[in-house]
Design a protein around this ligand. Structure first.
Ligand code: GN1
Ligand code: MG
Length: 364
């Protein structure tokens, strides 16, 4: 079986390779797509199988990626930047397609590797925190003048928290899992925050927060650091770039960056939101974003941090109740554990509301 998979992978990788392949290994820790690092005689590239259960129009994902990377490259060439900054490029097949569909109908694409870089699942120190924030600000600034109508919506409802609540209610109505202490805790946790969870969508509808382009998934391991200098060099995983609220991005960056034990810990009761890291990330972010940040943008920052941790917990818990159909899992309770981690983080954020708001106030 293993040899069969390897043979298939080699055949697939060969569609994008211009030299003999010397090695293929799994790469990264994505929860949706499958990612491999392909080594050629003189170079390397990233090979990904897009999860078409999640991304129903993978061709549109590729089209968005082209529009987005082209725009970023144009911006970079006209900007005099005194540091390294790169963006992954789409690699075409030998017959000039930006994807390949294999004999099983799986959808594959290849991307250039950002050389001499690495990512981390947790923040290493305060310099790292500041660079993570800088990278997100840089990304927002680079795409800020890309006309949103040039991008299609590749994942309808993504980060619309009330939609996740509706989905949760539907799954709950047919819930079959046993009511353990942990399950009851999650049910109660969600119930207590159900009406508040509309906060950012309400702000969008009333015009308080503007629709802009967002990355959609800027968790800290999607931000690459230069291995030599430790400076951020790239924001990767452009599958979910689309019109939305940049507050979802800021919340996602902070919820992933300020949880020092990481989202995959089994020790959910020890999870804390670290305010010093929050200060570092926001300081880095605002060096780039200050020019387009307005009063309301500052006002909704705290809610965005709290909301995205809650929303991700809700998404993991719903998937657990639904039988683990969306996020990849390695054991049956995996999504339940992940939900508990995000809810513990949410609770830690809530208990530090005044100090987090003070940090935000001091950075203005
Ligand atoms: C998923 O596959 P990955 O790791 O890039 C998910 C994000 C979550 C993240 C949590 C399309 O991202 O929304 O925040 O897991 N992506 C999608 O780790 O649902
Ligand atoms: Mg992603």
């Amino acid at each position: 079986m293993m040899i069969q998979i390897q043979n298939n992978l080699s055949t697939i990788a060969a569609q994008f390779a211009n030299q003999p392949i010397t090695n293929i290994q799994t790469f990264g820790s994505g929860n949706i797509n499958d990612t491999f690092l392909v080594t050629l005689e003189e170079s390397k590239f990233v090979l990904q199988r897009i999860n078409t259960q999640v991304f129903l129009q993978p061709q549109a994902v590729m089209q968005n990626m082209r529009v987005c990377t082209r725009h970023i490259c144009d911006r970079l060439s006209s900007k005099s930047l005194d540091r390294r900054w790169e963006t992954p490029q789409v690699i075409c097949t030998s017959d000039n397609q930006d994807y390949y569909i294999d004999e099983n109908g799986s959808f594959w694409r290849a991307l250039s590797l950002i050389e001499n870089s690495q990512s981390h699942d947790t923040i290493q120190n305060s310099d790292h925190a500041e660079e993570i924030g800088y990278a997100l600000g840089m990304f927002h600034s680079l795409i800020s003048d890309l006309p949103p109508e040039q991008l299609s919506d590749t994942l309808e409802g993504f980060h619309i928290t009330p939609r996740y609540l509706e989905q949760y209610d539907r799954v709950l109505a047919e819930m079959t899992v046993a009511r353990s202490i942990e399950v009851n805790y999650c049910l109660e946790f969600i119930r207590d925050r159900q009406s508040w969870a509309h906060v950012l969508e309400n702000a969008k509808e009333s015009g308080k927060l503007a629709l802009r382009l967002m990355h959609g998934d800027p968790k800290i391991n999607n931000i690459l650091m230069d291995t030599a200098t430790g400076k951020a060099v790239s924001v990767i995983d452009l599958d979910t770039v689309k019109p939305g609220l940049i507050h979802y991005d800021i919340g996602d960056c902070l919820r992933s960056g300020c949880n020092t034990v990481g989202e995959e810990t089994q020790d959910w009761e020890t999870v804390q939101f670290e305010p010093d890291l929050c200060k570092g990330i926001l300081r880095g972010y605002l060096t780039e974003a200050k020019i387009f940040f307005n009063e309301q943008d500052y006002f909704y920052l705290f809610d965005s941090i709290r909301l995205i941790s809650f929303e991700l917990g809700l998404r993991f818990f719903t998937d657990y109740l639904a039988g683990n159909v969306y996020f990849k899992t390695t054991y049956p309770e995996h999504n339940l554990m992940r939900a508990l981690v995000q809810f513990a983080l949410t609770q830690s954020i809530e208990s530090q509301e005044s100090s987090i708001c003070k940090i935000i106030e001091d950075l203005r």
